[in-house]
Design a protein around this ligand. Structure first.
Ligand SMILES: Nc1ncnc2c1ncn2[C@@H]1O[C@H](COP(=O)(O)OP(=O)(O)OP(=O)(O)O)[C@@H](O)[C@H]1O
Length: 701
């Protein structure tokens, strides 16, 4: 271990906000083959021999992509086949170039080209890049546009439209033949997000129906760098697959020699090893699992980089995660100033499709936060787990996009070998109520839908039962929605939350419910830095509600909204509130309000009486109620699971008889977060049958 490295971490022990679980040991890597000797990180990158591809003109960059030479052959195949699978290495040019080739060859006639992305940040950043490549004077929104939840940047002139898979699905609910498009390109198909999986069936059906009706044909392209071609081809009527040969820039992959349970600290250590040695314009991308972790590591890096004993250029730290507002996400693409290294610390939102110019190094923590639904327990849980091999290669691919790159995996080669090959399709592990209701809006019963991989029967049944209890369907056999169900699908939300919004009219509290639902749609607004936890709690004391976390959130938002925009920033700082997240919630609230206005729902406030709010929440979340079982231990009414109140909840320490929850986290125990106290009598009033069967069951325990 070299002395500077030791010195660096001696200092880190004095750093407050990031609590080290243990003194970090140095991270030692090998390059994938069994190590003969211990290889310390040895990066011989010299800025003199580095030719930045950014110095080439944008058109020269395009011509250098592996896909460029293949474009005529590719266009020929696209002309010939109505469905085509396209495989090509990460960074070879699939996402940015193929739509442009189609557009230049005018293959889309009068229709548009839709390209789906699993994530908002990818749809937006790629659209921006392609608009730049096309050179439209009006920028994005002209020939090239994008549509993501709560944002539509397209115009009647738009020919190439990048959109999230969720948005295309919503469009299909309005026109199931997708007549606006001549081409639908399903990108990053290997990710198998729930929306992409449903779209597979929707586009296949639309293609067939358009052919039968002799309408303009729908061309389907399925793209990825890593996917099980046979499985996809079989599903799409044995369609042709094409592999675009051609290497992009090499990425040197390193594994740690020993496993690192504390992968966050190992990521920080690895970053500083790189930082000391690499030229300032070689940026770094670190993959972690979620906002809290990212903000903690970001703070740690900011503080350590200012330490006079740490050599290296200045550091610009850019966190990146799904719930940030778009404007914030897009800032990670801006180059850092002269003599400053950019470090982007991201969740898996940066894993596919995106190119962040300047990134030469990837540090892969090897973990991801995944949502998994357990029909047996009725709980939808967020759990940090190991990534799949496919994900690990996608992450690696982010380093070799403009020139040669380096990827440091914070896991051993042996650990890599043990990773699952591909990620389990989301449809097989998620709560299906949103998909089931969306299919019903199209008049399709999920049991009859042509899924590539059928979701488990008990998950489909559980979703139908949930929708029945919510009043969206008459029975589990229904192929259509009730009038209430039809209103519910108007909201881009989980049906339970749509139901809450629609119930607010009866409880005369839509004003407050909109705020709570909007706040729950993003990431946490309360910051709890471990070194300042007490100050943070004290500063927010005035918002605390004895009725729980949702009312506490509402109280904070009410104060925030009444402040002038000039004082919001300092107020957030003073109260340890994440300014970005609360302003994102305000934007979401505006969008939800627009849907309510379309549905002519009166926006009424219940003032300071919060009981209507608590009852209203129960109308959608009665299946998320737990009853005090014994000292500090709760049991869920729905499936009788033992759960505990998370220490971060404002009602931790109290023992209300019944609580409603919005989040379940599995660590050593199963914890409930986001709680509101409720009364059993309300359950009898709102869902009498459910209350009678479930509450009685628990009393028998
Ligand atoms: N914003 C950008 N800035 C600089 N270069 C970019 C940008 N976007 C794309 N590129 C260049 O274009 C190349 C192709 O990107 P593209 O997203 O089309 O690849 P891809 O084959 O779809 O990769 P992936 O499978 O990883 O999504 C990148 O490797 C990079 O060289």
């Amino acid at each position: 271990m070299d002395s500077k490295f030791n010195l660096l971490f001696k200092h880190s022990n004095n750093v407050q906000p990031f609590q080290m679980k243990r003194k970090p040991s140095p991270v030692v890597f090998n390059n994938g083959s069994p190590p003969r000797k211990r290889l310390a990180l040895n990066i011989n990158v010299n800025s003199n021999n580095f030719v930045s591809k950014n110095k080439l003109s944008i058109q020269e960059q395009r011509r250098k992509l592996p896909i460029f030479e293949k474009r005529n052959k590719l266009l020929e195949l696209i002309r010939r086949h109505n469905t085509l699978i396209i495989l090509g290495e990460t960074g070879s040019g699939k996402t940015t170039q193929i739509p442009q080739y189609i557009n230049s060859a005018r293959l889309q006639n009068n229709g548009k080209i839709a390209i789906t992305q699993p994530r908002r940040v990818a749809a937006i950043s790629v659209a921006m890049r392609v608009a730049q490549e096309i050179g439209d004077s009006g920028g994005v929104g002209e020939t090239v546009g994008y549509t993501v939840r709560f944002e539509d940047v397209t115009s009647p002139r738009t020919k190439i439209k990048y959109l999230t898979d969720g948005m295309l699905l919503r469009e299909a609910m309005v026109d199931n033949l997708l007549m606006e498009y001549t081409f639908v390109i399903l990108d990053e198909a290997h990710e198998r997000t729930i929306h992409t999986d449903v779209l597979f069936g929707i586009v296949k059906q639309a293609q067939k129906a358009r052919a039968e009706k002799k309408l303009r044909p729908l061309k389907i392209l399925i793209m990825s760098a890593t996917m099980d071609v046979d499985h996809f081809s079989e599903y799409f009527n044995n369609c042709q697959a094409v592999y675009l040969e051609g290497r992009t820039y090499p990425v040197n992959v390193y594994y740690t020699l020993t496993s690192h349970e504390d992968y966050q600290t190992a990521c920080v250590a690895t970053f500083f090893k790189i930082h000391r040695q690499a030229p300032w314009d070689h940026d770094v991308l670190i993959f972690l699992t979620g906002q809290e972790e990212i903000e903690a590591v970001a703070q740690q890096i900011r503080i350590l980089s200012r330490d006079p004993d740490v050599s290296g250029p200045s550091v610009k730290v850019c966190p990146l995660y799904a719930s940030q507002p778009t404007t914030q996400q897009i800032t990670v693409f801006q180059p850092a100033p002269e003599n400053t290294r950019k470090v982007v610390i991201a969740t898996n939102v940066a894993e596919t499709s995106i190119t962040i110019s300047g990134i030469r190094f990837v540090i892969d923590g090897g973990m991801v936060k995944a949502r998994t639904y357990h029909p047996a327990t009725g709980l939808d849980m967020l759990k940090v787990q190991r990534i799949s091999q496919e994900q690990s290669w996608q992450r690696t691919g982010r380093a070799g996009r403009e020139t040669e790159g380096y990827c440091y995996r914070i896991y051993t080669r042996a650990q890599y070998e043990l990773l699952q090959k591909s990620t389990i399709p989301e449809i097989q592990r998620a709560n299906l109520s949103t998909v089931v209701i969306q299919l019903l809006a199209l008049g399709i019963h999920a049991a009859n839908f042509d899924f590539m991989d059928k979701p488990p029967k008990d998950c489909v049944l559980a979703a139908f039962e949930q929708l029945k209890l919510l009043g969206a369907v008459e029975s589990v056999e229904s192929s259509s929605l009730t009038p209430l169900g039809k209103k519910m699908v108007q909201f881009p939300l989980d049906p339970r939350f749509s139901k809450i919004i629609l119930s607010a009219q009866e409880y005369e509290c839509l004003e407050e419910i909109l705020t709570i639902v909007a706040l729950l749609s993003g990431e946490a607004i309360f910051l709890n830095p471990s070194s300042k936890r007490e100050q943070a709690t004290t500063s927010r004391q005035k918002f605390l509600s004895p009725y729980g976390d949702h009312i506490t959130l509402l109280n904070a938002f009410r104060v925030y909204r009444n402040l002038g925009s000039n004082s919001q920033r300092s107020w957030c700082h003073e109260h340890y509130i994440n300014m970005r997240n609360i302003s994102y919630a305000a934007q979401v609230r505006t969008q939800l309000l627009e849907v309510c206005q379309r549905l002519k729902l009166p926006v009424v406030s219940c003032g300071n009486d919060v009981e209507p709010i608590r009852k209203c929440l129960l109308t959608g979340l009665f299946m998320n109620v737990a009853e005090l079982h014994k000292e500090k231990q709760y049991i869920t009414l729905d499936k009788r699971q033992v759960v505990n109140i998370h220490p971060s909840s404002v009602i931790h320490g109290q023992q209300p008889k019944f609580v409603l929850f919005t989040e379940v986290v599995q660590t050593s125990k199963c914890y409930l977060r986001g709680l509101t106290t409720v009364e059993s009598q309300w359950l009898y009033d709102i869902v009498p049958d459910y209350a009678r069967s479930h509450i009685r069951l628990n009393k028998d325990l």
